[in-house]
Design a protein around this ligand. Structure first.
Ligand code: TYD
Length: 219
C-alpha cells in the first residue's frame, strides 16, 4: 500500500545530497546551500544521515558510539534502517509537497563506506539502498573530495567509531566515492579549494535545476 501510494504521488520536489569522506566539508556546504535557498525564497528541508528523525537519531548514536563493536553486516543494516525510516517519514513527504530536500549523506555513503570500505557485497548494498530509499534517487549529488591528511585536520578531537578507522580504510572509501562520480547526477568537487569557490560551484549547479518559485496568486 505504501509503495502504491508513493507511485501515485511521485515526488516532484528537488533532492540534493552531499557526500565525501569525514572532514571533507560537506556539512558546511549543505548548510550554506540551505541558507542561500532560503534567501532566494525557497523553503528547503535540511536532514542528515544517519539521523533526521527521533528513531534514526537513536540509531545514529549506536552507530557512532566508539564503545560499540558492530559487525559489518549489522552496521550496514543499521544504516539502512535509519534511512528507511527517514526516507518514508520525512524525505518523500517533503518531496511530494514540492520542497527542496538537502541531505547530508545518503545511500552513496553506504556504497562507499560499507561496500568499498568494509568490503561487503555491492549487489546486496544496491538492493538494500533501493529498498530503504523507496527507490528515490537524488536529482543532484555533490561528492566533495579531500585527501586523508586534510580530512584528519578538519575533524573533531575525539574520533567517533567510524573516524577511528585506518588511513587504508578511508583511502578505500575515497576511491569508492570516485567510482560513484561517473554517474550523471553526480558532481565531483575538489574540496581542498576554499569554501567560497566550492559554494559558488554548488550554487551554480543547483540554480540550474530549481523550479520557479511559487508566487502568491493575485486576488
Ligand atoms: P557524518 O554525520 O557525516 O559524520 P561527521 O559529521 O562526524 O562527519 O556521518 C556519520 C558517519 O557515518 C561517517 O563516518 C560516515 C558514516 N556512514 C556510513 O558508514 N554509511 C552510511 O550509509 C552513512 C550515511 C554514513
Amino acid at each position: 500500500m505504501g509503495r502504491l501510494l508513493y507511485v501515485m504521488t511521485k515526488p516532484c520536489g528537488i533532492f540534493i545530497t552531499f557526500e565525501g569522506i569525514d572532514g571533507c566539508g560537506k556539512s558546511t556546504q549543505a548548510v550554506r546551500l540551505c541558507r542561500k535557498l532560503r534567501r532566494r525564497g525557497y523553503d528547503p528541508l535540511f536532514v542528515r544521515e544517519p539521523g533526521g528523525t527521533v528513531v534514526s537519531e537513536k540509531i545514529r548514536r549506536i552507530l557512532l558510539d566508539r564503545k560499540n563493536q558492530i559487525t559489518p553486516l549489522a552496521e550496514l543494516l543499521l544504516y539502512e534502517a535509519a534511512r528507511a525510516h527517514l526516507a518514508r517519514t520525512v524525505i518523500i513527504p517533503a518531496l511530494t509537497q514540492g520542497r527542496a530536500v538537502v541531505c547530508d549523506r545518503y545511500y552513496d555513503s553506504t556504497t562507499a563506506y560499507q561496500g568499498h570500505g568494509r568490503g561487503l557485497d555491492t549487489r546486496l548494498i544496491e538492493t538494500l539502498n533501493k529498498a530503504a530509499s523507496d527507490n528515490v534517487a537524488p536529482d543532484l549529488t555533490f561528492i566533495l573530495d579531500v585527501d586523508y591528511r586534510t580530512s584528519l585536520s578538519r575533524r573533531g578531537k575525539v574520533p567517533d567509531r567510524l573516524e577511528k578507522e585506518s588511513r587504508a580504510f578511508f583511502n578505500r572509501v575515497r576511491r569508492g566515492f570516485m567510482s560513484l562520480a561517473k554517474q550523471k547526477r553526480v558532481v565531483l568537487l575538489d574540496s581542498q579549494d576554499d569554501i567560497e569557490s566550492v559554494a559558488a560551484e554548488v550554487w551554480s549547479r543547483v540554480e540550474s535545476l530549481l523550479p520557479p518559485k511559487r508566487t502568491p496568486r493575485a486576488r
